[in-house]
Design a protein around this ligand. Structure first.
Ligand SMILES: Cc1cc2nc3c(=O)[nH]c(=O)nc-3n(C[C@H](O)[C@H](O)[C@H](O)COP(=O)(O)O)c2cc1C
Length: 983
């Protein structure tokens, strides 16, 4: 029998660029070749590929020295039956077609809507792959697997680096190093969620896996299979979506056909996979001497199964290189065949063909490629678009949005919101807007509201705490009630609550600190970061603060870790104007001289925001040392996190009071000590590192505690069932900032409106009768006054530190309360026509706008417009515009203001005759970018010819004056100046 012909003319770079002409020649020359550049036999004809897939005994998936096994561990993809069969069966329950339709399809719809919105916000020129397909596929996969401990961005990074390592035929050490880092990160993320899934059954893959009867998958196999699922499960839908979109955009006649006949979306999906299979090549190994396509293959021969080629075999498909959605249906090989046929096929089909493609083409009217930015495509092991910049003519509203007034007119449900933290309060705010007549009751286990705003946000970030002011206003509405000191699940069973309200929203968050899970993590002297933050915020249930001694090790590189390091490194003087608990701060931080802050990633992959590191770099009396950051290979200016870490040592501090040592690339191994902490031991690439410590603070995330009423993160849409909903961290898992909660709350209000409209929930229940010991909003106002009056010099308040003290103050009728006006009584005035145009991220500017409407009543006829709903062409020369806009990111406008700003800059409308005044909301601690967002809009307005009048107002969220007060004072000044010429 002849030996396989040698194709020494084939090179890997050519394959990567465009494998199709190479494959065409290989197929013409027989279909099985020895390719020295790849070190494998490439199998390229449909028939030969098919044959290998049907005989796993001869063509084994269990390749010795497989790159995939090295990169991801030994997954079922590299095993043969019966082992493969067992693992495959265990992986299946969450991926069955019925489950995909029943459970995941709505997830895909929600995610597609969300990432399309983000694409639209980026504006024409955005990249369909990286701004839509990739985050959409990653977030959907994250939810299906149940990896609540990770972000979709993590999955994208992991998938790419693991895939790169799997295809690392060139043996590049850098590629291996990145792959290994992701390998460890996936394992850590799994360690975090598996116990939780074990305790909380849900629909996710991990949870289902843990309850297969009579089978327990060993942890190493779970890890390997999850990595394989992240590798293939992300890029397959992403690349199918990207290539399908590109194909349709470049074949207008077929696009019209598909848009006219939605049943063709599935055909478009299959034809895309045939045309450019996302998983282009995988490996097999021959177990004994055999023959394939007429040539000899020796035992042990390594094969590359070329799906990209087999799917274009001209003996099976006519004119195979042509994309044609109407071609006769024949089985393509993109999902494999035989026992290894892809388990995620139903997921990919629903994700791409049922949801993302139709929604994309329906919403982005006139979608098109950008003429001067041609799309790029590459790869042969995995092939997909590497960029696809797009533009569009207009954007259609999502079909699922229910108009607010319709729902509002219909009914007035009574809704209980459990948890008065930011998620609960934003939910109440969004519900109040959607159902102005609804009765909303916000319950909290503490006698005080505001959850993490009061007890989780770092005391020295008062700007972030200022969001409480808008919640204070919320509770002044007649139909919004605060009911404190009521613990649902303890004082009132959840069932009783559900019986008393038309809908219940659980927003109780996640309170427990996730343990390190290494030997010694329960030794005395190990503390959770959440507890430390609560102590510094005088949380009523925490008791007395411990001393942390001289040497503290903080484990974790997230923003919570940064908060802890900063608060421990600051002295009492550095806390001027805050509401820190001085006694707790002195006990915790008084003796601290050395802080080690240790994380497992390199700086560029760390979870901290660079701005947090920059803030630490600027702390007086603090010196920084950086270990193992590996910054040499990263050019300055290319990576904000790496730059921030570099900045730590840019200006050495002389005679520092505290030294902070930053360690990168280290994972905790164990904590040692005789009865209490003496040292922490970490493992890194160069072996173990031992750090002496008097205390250890773990900042590696949060977990549910025993009182949690539902499994956090298990109901990602926010609906447990009609009538029971989740918000905040209970909905998403312990991720998300305060502004994120506001966005989510609006979505949840829409969902509840949908349920009401569909008749899934009703209206008219009576609510919960009084609960013994409950407190109300008046009670909180008394506590508030007492805490502010009792503030020590240089502090904004002194918080009452026990439940008893809080309850006593809440009931003390002798505490004088300032008058407040019920908000429903406010009336609009007549007079100068004024438009307040607000741009907000977390709601503060909206509150200011509402306040201006009330405060200016009588002197002006005020309308309030969200800048997100406005276009420059709406600006009217007969009105005075009051622009109230905050700043986000690094001196940027809020997300909601981006389209308006972009329209000003790109379209340059003629705004001569339009008059406006500007009020910037920001935080002075962002020195260089203080209130820059408002300036960007004001400058763009002026550049279009609009005239700015009056003083430029500014508000510092970290300062003592409420934004509403500052804004009203500013607006009165502006009006006085502006009124005369108009009159
Ligand atoms: C992530 C983040 C980034 C911010 N960046 C800036 C900034 O660069 N400059 C600034 O002046 N304020 C900045 N701020 C402060 C906000 O602008 C300020 O809190 C404002 O009052 C928020 O108003 P809003 O609720 O209407 O969005 C930032 C706040 C956050 C949470």
């Amino acid at each position: 029998m002849p030996e396989a012909p040698v194709a020494d003319w084939v090179t890997i770079p050519d394959l990567h660029r465009d494998p199709f002409p190479i494959y065409e020649r290989l197929r013409a020359e027989g279909g099985v070749h020895w390719v020295p550049a790849v070190g494998r036999y490439l199998v390229t004809s449909y028939e030969a590929v098919h044959e290998t897939e049907l005989d796993q005994e001869v063509f084994s998936a269990n390749e010795r020295g497989s790159l995939q096994i090295r990169a991801m561990g030994h997954s079922m993809l590299r095993r043969d039956d019966p082992e493969h069969y067992l693992e495959r069966k265990a992986w299946q329950p969450a991926l069955r077609p019925g489950v995909v339709q029943r459970v995941w399809r709505s997830t895909f719809e929600r995610n597609a809507e969300r990432y399309l919105d983000e694409l639209v916000e980026k504006g024409p020129g955005a990249d369909l792959i990286w701004d839509f397909a990739a985050p959409y596929a990653a977030e959907s996969l994250r939810e299906i697997i149940g990896l609540h401990s990770a972000r979709q961005e993590d999955l994208q990074r992991w998938s790419q680096t693991l895939i790169d390592a799997t295809g690392n035929y060139a043996d590049d050490p850098e590629v291996w190093a990145k792959g290994l880092r992701s390998f460890d990160e996936v394992d850590a993320a799994l360690d975090e969620v598996l116990p939780w899934h074990a305790a909380n059954p849900n629909e996710s893959l991990l949870s289902q896996l843990l309850r297969i009867p009579d089978y327990e998958m060993p942890i190493e196999r779970i890890r390997a299979n999850v990595k394989m699922t992240i590798g293939g499960g992300l890029n397959e839908p992403r690349d199918a979506l990207g290539v399908a979109a590109w194909a349709l955009l470049t074949h207008p006649e077929q696009r019209r056909a598909v848009e006219a006949d939605p049943s063709l979306w599935n055909a478009a999906f299959d034809e895309t996979l045939r045309w450019v299979a996302p998983i282009g090549l995988y490996s097999r190994q021959v177990t004994r001497d055999t023959e394939l396509a007429g040539v000899r293959l020796p035992a042990g021969a390594r094969l590359g199964i070329c799906i990209l080629s087999a799917n274009r075999d001209e003996r099976v498909w006519e004119d195979a290189a042509r994309f044609d959605v109407r071609r006769e249906v024949k089985p393509h090989l993109a999902f494999g065949k035989g026992v290894h046929v892809c388990l995620g096929a139903w997921v990919a089909r629903s994700e791409v063909a049922d949801v993302a493609l139709p929604m994309l083409f329906e919403r982005l009217r006139g979608l098109d490629v950008v003429p001067d930015a041609p799309p790029t495509i590459a790869g042969w092991v995995f092939r997909g678009m590497t960029s696809l910049p797009v533009r569009w003519r207009s954007v259609a509203e999502p079909a699922t949005v229910v108009a607010a007034p319709a729902a509002a007119e219909q009914a007035a449900p009574r809704i209980a919101i459990v948890g008065a933290g930011p998620a609960g309060c934003f939910t109440a705010q969004a519900l109040r807007r959607r159902f102005p007549a609804a009765e909303l009751e916000v319950l909290d286990g503490l006698p005080v509201p505001y959850g993490l705003v009061r007890s989780g946000v770092a005391a020295d970030h008062p700007g972030t705490k200022s969001v409480a002011r808008q919640f204070d206003r919320l509770f002044q509405h007649e139909r919004v009630r605060f009911r404190g000191n009521v613990r649902v699940g303890v004082d009132v069973p959840l069932d009783a609550l559900r019986g008393a309200y038309d809908a219940v929203v659980l927003a109780t968050g996640m309170r427990a600190d996730r343990p390190l899970d290494v030997p010694g993590d329960a030794l005395e002297g190990v503390h959770g970061a959440g507890r430390i933050t609560r102590l510094l915020n005088a949380h009523a249930d925490e008791g007395e603060a411990p001393s942390l001694g001289e040497r503290v090790v903080v484990v974790g590189h997230g923003n919570v870790a940064m908060d802890v390091v900063r608060l421990l490194a600051r002295d009492a003087e550095g806390l001027g104007g805050t509401d820190v608990d001085d006694e707790a701060h002195e006990r915790l931080a008084g003796a601290v001289r050395t802080i080690h802050v240790v994380g497992r990633s390199a700086p560029s992959a760390a979870r901290f925001d660079p701005v947090m590191v920059r803030e630490l770099a600027g702390l007086p009396g603090v010196a920084h040392r950086v270990h193992g950051a590996g910054l040499e290979g990263i050019e300055p200016g290319k990576d904000a996190r790496a730059d921030a870490v570099r900045g730590l040592v840019a200006e050495p501090s002389s005679q520092p009071r505290v030294e902070v040592h930053w360690w990168f690339g280290l994972s905790p191994a164990r904590i040692e000590g005789d009865g209490r902490v003496e040292r922490a031991v970490f493992r890194g690439a160069d072996g173990e590192v031992e750090l002496g410590a008097d205390a250890i603070v773990t900042a590696v995330g949060f977990a549910a505690d025993d009182e949690c009423l539902v499994e956090p993160g298990a109901h990602a849409s926010g609906r447990v069932e009609p009538g029971l909903y989740t918000a905040g961290w209970l909905r998403r898992g312990p991720r998300g900032t305060i502004p994120d909660q506001r966005t989510d709350a609006r979505e949840l209000a829409r969902l509840i409106a949908d349920d009401l409209e569909a008749g899934a929930i009703g209206a008219g229940r009576d609510g919960l009768p009084p609960v013994e010991g409950e407190t109300d909003f008046e009670g909180w106002r008394r506590i508030d006054v007492r805490e502010q009056l009792g503030a020590a010099p240089g502090r904004s308040r002194s918080k009452l530190r026990s439940r008893a003290a809080l309850l006593e103050a809440a009931r003390d009728a002798t505490i004088p309360l300032p008058e407040v006006e019920r908000l429903e009584t406010a009336t609009e005035g007549a007079g100068l026509p004024v438009t307040v145009l607000f741009g907000t991220e977390s709601g503060g500017a909206e509150l200011v706008a509402d306040e201006l409407r009330r405060g200016l009543a009588g002197r002006a006829a005020v309308e309030v417009v969200d800048i997100a709903d406005a276009a420059p062409g709406d600006l009217d020369a007969s009105r005075l515009h009051l622009l109230v806009c905050s700043t986000y990111g690094d001196g940027e406008v809020p997300t909601s203001a981006r389209p308006f700003l972009r329209a000003l800059v790109e379209e340059r409308p003629d705004l001569r005759g339009v008059r406006f005044a500007a009020f910037g909301m920001g935080d002075r601690s962002y020195a260089k970018t203080y209130s820059r967002g408002s300036e960007l809009v004001a400058e763009a307005l002026a550049a279009c010819g609009a005239e700015r009048v009056g003083e430029y107002g500014r508000h510092d969220a970290g300062g003592p004056v409420p934004a509403t007060e500052a804004a009203l004072e500013w607006a009165e000044g502006v009006l006085a100046e502006a009124a005369a010429p108009v009159a």
